[in-house]
Design a protein around this ligand. Structure first.
Ligand code: NAI
Ligand code: 13P
Length: 334
């Protein structure tokens, strides 16, 4: 592969992990806004706050100067949370070079506009190829050297194959896809189902219940995703079912953790106040419900999560409701 300079923006769990993967293939610079994080990555090759115990590659360089990264980058990788995505892109716009692709790692929607991250990229940086790297990829596990697979999705089948080589390595298999909408929505929407599963697990639901929630959750996620322009088969792949399984069953998932805490009767605000990492599902829930309404798609599990997250009801009330609902055909909502 010709050497490309990759700029990764966001020094949290996933930005640092993806930068570490890329460092095996090509030069990479990581921008973190916190100077202490930058110093730790450069001097001690660690990021203990977000990836405790992980040894980062010696050739991973970090900087607190975003222009230092963007002005020289051949590819920009965005690893900041969804609600901060646009403001960081506005900075990127100041010196990004022509036609440099921008790849999102972010699994959320912008609350005010309900936009996906690649839509924001097209909005702020028109003409730059936009894509998403997604799939069942829990950061700490990947840093621990366990095998995983992801998907890179872009409209252009040639560019996406070129960028596949930037991210893939022996233990991180990267597939390509041209369904950007489907891949992106798979990552966004599973977070809400993971909150539902966390609530069930926290209330002592059984393995059968979890399997039912995941399966019916995937069905409603697929319905909205297809209504918004994604392909149904994408939701049966790594970006859909794969990420749904990983997030809904892992004790490492922040979204599932939120559900478990809600099951204790705690308020959303109290839970968020105790977390220093992002749980995108709680943030995106209102935007997802608005999109479901706009596209006339029924999402009963997501709606229940939304009602709990906004304090309209509590996890126990929703769980009792779930047991009362009578079922129709499996192909129907509900
Ligand atoms: N952690 C994981 O396993 C995975 C996370 N993701 C997605 O990646 C995105 C980022 O998540 P994580 O890295 O896990 O979150 P995190 O909570 O570990 O880190 C977020 C980072 O963004 C930084 N940040 C926040 N606002 C910023 C701003 N305005 N300017 C610059 N930096 C800012 C924070 O300082 C922090 O370093 C999320 O959308 C998440 O859903 C996707 C796949 C795996
Ligand atoms: O997206 C993820 C794994 O693929 C990470 O999920 P959480 O944000 O719930 O930790």
């Amino acid at each position: 592969m010709n050497e490309l300079n990759i700029g990764v923006l966001g020094g949290g769990s996933w930005g640092t992990t993806v930068a570490s993967l890329v460092a095996r293939n090509t030069p990479v610079t990581l921008w973190a806004r916190n100077p202490d994080t930058v110093a730790e990555i450069n001097d001690r090759h660690s990021n203990e706050t977000y990836l405790p115990g992980a040894k980062l590659p010696d050739n991973l360089r970090a900087t607190a100067d975003i222009m230092d990264v963007v002005c020289h980058a051949d590819v920009i990788v965005m690893g900041v949370p969804s609600q901060n995505f646009r403001e960081v892109l506005m900075e990127v716009r100041r010196c990004i070079r022509a036609w440099v692709p921008v790849i999102s790692l972010t699994k959320g929607l912008e609350l005010d506009t309900r936009m996906r991250m690649t839509e924001i990229i097209n909005d702020v940086l028109p003409g730059h190829p936009a894509g998403v790297l997604t799939g069942p990829n829990l950061a700490r596990e990947i840093m621990a050297g366990q095998a995983a697979a992801g998907v890179i999705a872009m409209d252009d089948p040639v560019i996406v194959r070129g960028l596949q080589n930037v991210f893939k390595s022996g233990l991180f298999r990267v597939y390509t896809n041209t369904d950007v909408i489907g891949c992106e929505l798979g990552g966004v929407l599973k977070n809400i189902i993971a909150i539902a599963v966390g609530m069930g697990d926290g209330l002592g639901a059984g393995d059968n219940t979890r399997a039912a929630l995941i399966t019916r959750g995937l069905a409603e996620v697929t319905r909205l995703g297809v209504a918004m322009g994604g392909r149904a088969e994408t939701f049966a792949g790594l970006a859909g079912m794969g990420d749904m399984i990983a997030t809904c069953t892992s004790s490492q998932s922040r979204n599932r953790h939120v559900g478990m805490e809600l099951a204790k009767g705690r308020s959303m605000q109290a839970i968020i106040d105790d977390m220093f990492m992002v749980a995108e599902g709680a943030k995106s829930a209102p935007a997802v419900m608005a999109l479901a309404e706009q596209h006339d798609v029924e999402m009963p599990i997501a709606r229940d999560v939304y009602r709990v997250v906004t304090g309209e009801t509590n996890a126990r009330g929703v769980y009792r409701g779930l047991l009362r609902v009578s079922a129709g055909a499996e192909s129907e909502p509900g």
